[in-house]
Design a protein. Sequence first.
Length: 281
Amino acid sequence: MPDTVDPGLQSDCGSCFGLCCVALPFAASSDFAIDKDAGRPCPNLRTDFRCGVHSQLRQRGFTGCTVFDCFGAGQKVSQVTFGGQDWRSAPGTARQMFDVFPVMRQLHELLWYLTEALTLPAARPVHAGLRAALEKTQALTRGTAQELLALDVPTHRGEVNALLLRTSELVRAGVPGRKKQRRGADLMGARLKGAVLRGANLRGACLIAADLTGADLRTADLIGADLRDADLAGADLTGALFLTQAQLNAAKGDAATTLPPSLTRPAHWQVRPAAPAGPRP
């Protein structure tokens, strides 16, 4: 991603009607303290659509809320699709609004990836296709609620994913040495401390609770990788492809973790002293 991110692809809770707190279901687990059905407001949601325990979510057992990122879909549905009319004052729109939200989130996630891909010089051979896909996806997000609900999202995702896969191949081809191919691999709890994963294909890999301390993840493709509780302390994520804020929020890290400039170090990451290390080759 570029140093600055399109604000339309960043969550703006102040312009949203608490859609993630209502539209989405969750089950009591290590991520959520209670069960909640889709379409039912979370009991922590206030009348002004703000979270009543926002500053204490982790302490109260709502870690999953601190991880979630809508990529700006919430404010798009609230302010554009439904023109600023909220589901409380117009309850007749509620069901439709809640159904549109996850569709919009998928489209905004694709916009995030496409925007990043267009900043990568190595992907220039597919820039025309990426730009066309970006414009098409942007147009889809401006559709009516009925049009969004009728959209064949899997087909559109498949078309975009083919371009993103080609982008990944072009960028990683420029990384010297042999690149590990671990697409979709089950690496839950794997001991990968200090592993050289530069330019690796980790698309969709399960890295839950993996030890990636000090790992070299430069230019690794991390699209869809599950990083929940993965330890990224001291890891180098410079140039990591298609990494999102939600993935970082779900992981663990420290002050020595090197991040792409477009992403923010999560507040819950512990500040741990790192052993001095020389520059990587």
